[in-house]
Design a protein around this ligand. Structure first.
Ligand SMILES: NC(=O)C1=CN([C@@H]2O[C@H](COP(=O)(O)OP(=O)(O)OC[C@H]3O[C@@H](n4cnc5c(N)ncnc54)[C@H](OP(=O)(O)O)[C@@H]3O)[C@@H](O)[C@H]2O)C=CC1
Ligand SMILES: O=C(O)[C@@H]1CCC=N1
Length: 270
């Protein structure tokens, strides 16, 4: 589906770079990727690092691309979409990764009939380990969903969902890597506090998170069951879990995802 298709990114920031790096690692052609990015320094860095085309003009990139990926901040959506409108006729596929911005907003800002697919990936696209959720706008058909799925499958796992759940996805897996990075940092600090060297502590923390995530994935067991197997009666783990629950760990994580979901909803229409 992607053969001979050109992808144009509008916005060459962190997330565009993560997706581009993941696509290239999966043998996507560098000469089929273009990026519109206002900062000259950033354009130079992207073209020299990845061998992709860059421009300071969103319209030029959108005009040449078959698939336009909107990777600008949600707060810039109105201005950028209005500039892009003449360069995006209805036959282009527009994929938006912007948090919070509904497909209807994009459809109404561009040519009538434009096909829009909304995707919420995450930063692990950089190493082809993203979690992405995809939903179609009003005009996108199965083939458009398949195209978006093919792009994001190259950089990780993809699930299809409905648009009303995209804020929930954003709060969970879109922002989720940041929660996990914080958890790893906290674990590693705790190791240092208890006498471990920083590098040893970080290595142990990372491998613990990797191993636990793989166990959930590979066994298919509920996390509560796996947790119980680590928790010996009268042992160390229950003492640690007790402290986490005294600090409302479970509820706190749920509150964090709720806050991020609420922020995603708040960004709608910005
Ligand atoms: N970061 C993440 O983990 C995730 C982000 N997202 C979404 O991806 C989008 C991008 O996020 P992220 O990459 O982190 O943000 P960044 O700020 O890193 O990237 C946005 C880029 O767009 C550039 N830009 C600004 N104006 C224009 C314009 N008119 N035309 C083209 N480019 C422009 C910015 O340049 P300048 O800096 O000069 O303004 C910047 O380089 C957001 O909508 C976010 O919600 C989704 C999932 C995960
Ligand atoms: O923080 C943000 O708004 C973006 C969206 C999801 C992850 N980063």
């Amino acid at each position: 589906m992607l053969i001979n298709k050109k992808i144009g990114f509008i916005g060459g920031g962190n997330m565009a770079e993560a997706i581009i790096k993941g696509l290239l690692a999966d043998s996507f052609r560098a000469d089929a990727i273009m990026v519109a990015e206002p900062q000259e320094q950033r354009r130079k860095s992207l073209s020299s690092t990845y061998g992709i085309g860059t421009s300071d003009s969103g319209s030029a990139v959108a005009g040449q691309a078959d698939i336009v990926i909107l990777a600008i901040k949600p707060q810039m959506a109105a201005g950028v979409l209005s500039d892009l409108e003449p360069a995006i006729p209805a036959d282009k596929l527009v994929i938006s990764i912007m948090a919070g911005i509904p497909t209807t907003y994009i459809e109404e800002s561009l040519a009538s009939g434009v096909r829009v697919v909304r995707v919420m990936p995450n930063t692990a696209a950089l190493i082809q380990a993203a979690a992405s959720a995809i939903c179609p706008g009003r005009k996108a058909d199965d083939s458009d969903l398949a195209t978006a799925t093919e792009i994001f499958s190259r950089v990780g796992a993809v699930v299809t969902t409905t648009e009303k759940l995209m804020d929930a996805v954003t709060g969970l897996s879109g922002s989720g890597p940041a929660y996990v990075f914080s958890f790893i940092e906290a674990l590693s600090d705790a190791g240092v506090k208890n006498g471990l060297a920083r590098d040893v502590s970080l290595k142990l923390a990372v491998q613990t998170v990797l191993g636990a995530a793989r166990m959930v994935d590979e066994t298919g067991d509920h996390p509560a069951l796996l947790r119980e197997k680590v928790t010996s009666p009268g042992g160390t783990t229950i003492a640690g879990l007790h402290t986490l629950e005294n600090g409302r760990f479970h509820g706190l994580v749920m509150d964090a995802v709720d806050s991020a979901c609420a922020k995603s909803r708040e960004l709608a229409g910005k």
